[in-house]
Design a binder for this molecule. Structure first.
Ligand SMILES: C[S@@+](CC[C@H](N)C(=O)[O-])C[C@H]1O[C@@H](n2cnc3c(N)ncnc32)[C@H](O)[C@@H]1O
Length: 300
């Protein structure tokens, strides 16, 4: 156990290092919500993040503030990336539920995400939040008395463990009905084989046509010198980024999905917050973030 995995008085829910990354994400959403030009408003984020989340964000902000790169370009920051990711996924979920009739949403993992509370969802939307038990316990305590705007079902499980599908089904998930799955802020913490296994398992319990959305980084993002300060912070927390994929379309294709991969700054993933040119996919050696969205093909 690393020192950061030890429960402390400042961490009442005794979260592990990986679970604590959800505090960071909540702190990022709180910071975005206080901006005049915010891309969304999360009124719960500040309370969920608390002082521990703000401390984690301060460590990240110290190494990723918007700055000038060695080649003179303006390097966007983790907060900009995170704001775009949240808004991009908000829009995907609204589109699939309100316009395409999907009534099962699965956040895998949920972390301290509050979309079920802060956004309006169509009647009959079942909202499944999978995460580890301690994290869901912490979230439940913090949001007690605040009703969600969907039929919320929590599923305390490990997504790399043997039986989360059974727990999900027992909580009311119907694999025969269309669903949309969101894998936000997870995949780079998992080894490559675990990523493939997870996508395959999700496909196996999803109806054809079901949606999926996720964020990933490419392999260069794990090794480029200008990424080192950020990567070192995550390593120091005991939560290193361990996997990247250069061809996310191929990764998802092998698991049964047809997807589109956008980079921040691409049309549909910009929102006026990514002023830099997007490096074309064929240019080697660029660090990349991908926002992936698509759907499960019917079996042939
Ligand atoms: C960076 S947070 C992102 C959470 C959420 N999607 C969001 O955007 O706020 C990462 C989350 O992944 C969860 N997590 C990591 N590995 C997991 C696993 N194997 N099974 C279930 N949850 C996991 C952690 O508990 C944490 O809540």
């Amino acid at each position: 156990m690393t020192p950061r995995e030890n429960p402390t008085a400042a961490d009442p829910a005794a979260l592990t290092a990986l679970e604590r990354t959800a505090l960071l994400t909540a702190a990022l959403r709180a910071a975005e919500s206080s901006r005049a030009d915010r891309l969304y408003t999360d009124p719960y984020a500040a309370g969920l993040a608390g002082a521990p989340g703000r401390e984690l964000l301060a460590e990240i902000a110290a190494v990723t503030g918007r700055r000038t790169g060695t080649d003179g370009t303006d390097v966007p920051s983790t907060p900009d990336f995170n704001a775009i990711r949240t808004r991009f996924l908000d829009d995907r979920l609204r589109h699939l539920t309100h316009e395409h009739g999907v009534r099962q949403v699965v956040l895998a993992p949920a972390g301290l995400d509050t979309r079920a509370w802060r956004l309006a969802w169509p009647d009959g939307t079942r909202w499944f939040e999978i995460d580890r038990p301690a994290l869901l316990g912490h979230k439940g305590r913090r949001l007690a008395g605040r009703p969600p705007q969907a039929d919320l079902r929590t599923v305390a499980a490990d997504l790399t463990g043997p039986d989360w599908e059974e727990s999900l089904r027992k909580s009311g998930y119907d694999p025969a009905r269309p669903s949309v799955w969101v894998l936000e802020g997870l995949l780079y913490y998992l080894p490559r084989d675990d990523v493939r296994r997870l996508l395959t398992r999700i496909a196996a319990c999803s109806a054809p046509g079901s949606g999926i959305a996720a964020d990933l980084v490419n392999t260069a993002a794990l090794t480029l010198p200008h990424m080192k300060p950020l990567l070192s912070v995550f390593e120091g927390w005991g939560t290193p980024w361990v996997s990247g994929f250069d061809e996310p379309e191929a990764l998802f294709d092998a698991c049964g999905y047809t997807v589109t991969a956008l980079q921040p700054g691409d049309e549909g993933a910009d929102f006026g917050r990514w002023p830099d040119p997007v490096p074309p996919r064929h240019v080697p050696g660029e660090g990349r973030v991908f926002f992936v969205h698509g759907s499960l093909r019917a079996p042939r």
